[in-house]
Design a binder for this molecule. Sequence first.
Ligand code: MN
Ligand code: MN
Length: 277
Amino acid sequence: MKNIKIFIFSYVILVCGLSFSITGKPSESNYIPQPWEVHVVMGIPTDNDNSDDYIITRDQYVLSYNQNKNVSNWACWNLNEDWFGDAPRHSGSFFRDNSLPDGFYRAKHNDYTNSGYERGHMVMSEQRTKNIEDNESTFILTNVFPQRADLNKGPWVKLEFYCNDLAIDQDKELYIIAGGVYDNDRKLKGKGKGKVTIPDSCYKIIVILNKGEGLADVDSNTQVIAVMMPNKKGIKKHKWQRYITTIDAVEYSTGYDFLTAVPVDVQEVLEEREFQE
Ligand code: MN
Ligand code: MN
C-alpha cells in the first residue's frame, strides 16, 4: 500500500509538472516548478504498461526504474554548458538507491564485480560536474546499467564526448534519453546473484536545440540523433555514427513512445529521419 501511495504521489507531481511544462502556466495557483522538470520537457517516455515504470525525479535527471528487471528503463536529462564545472569525478563505490520503495531490489556496487560487465552510466559523470552533489548523483546505481567495456569505452563514450562538444563548443541545448533493450532477460552473474538485467542493446536519443531553447522551439527542422548499440565485445573501435538509427526504430524496439510532448505531426517527421552531420 505504501508503494502504491508513493507511486500515486509521484504520478500526481509528475502530471502537475508536465501540465506546467506544456502550458507554461501553473496548474495550481501556488504551484512552484521543480528543478527536475527541465529534464522531461520533451515529454515523459510512456509505454502500454506503467506498472513497471517507477519514476524517480532528481534535480540532475529523471529515471524510470523497472522493479522487475532491477535496472532503469530509461533516463532523461537536459544538457548545456552550465552543467559542466570543476567538481572532481566521484571515486570509490557506486551508491545504492535508498529512495526506492520497500520491496524493490536495490542494486549494489558488488553486483557488478567480476560479472564481465561494467557499471555503465546512463547520465554521464562528466555531464554533471557543477558541484559534488551533481556528480555523485550519477553514481547512484539506478542511473547505471551493465555495459560491456567495449561498448562503454567504445562507441557509447564517443557519442557522450560528441554531446559534450555540442554543449560546450557549439552552445547547444540538448535533451537526452538513454536506456536499454532487454529482450533476452539475461542477468548479471557472479556476486550479483542474478538480479540485475543486462541490456542486449543500449540506445540514446538526443534533441539538439540552441542554448536556451525548449519545447516551443522544436519543429520539423530540429536535429535529432538516435542510436542503438549492441552490448557486446569487439566493437570498441567502432564509431558511434555506425549505430545511427531512427527514433521510430527505438520506439519499436523498446515499446516506448518518446518526445511525447512534441506535437504528433512534428514527432512523425523527426522520428523517421536519420541524423546527418
Ligand atoms: Mn560510461
Ligand atoms: Mn514519439
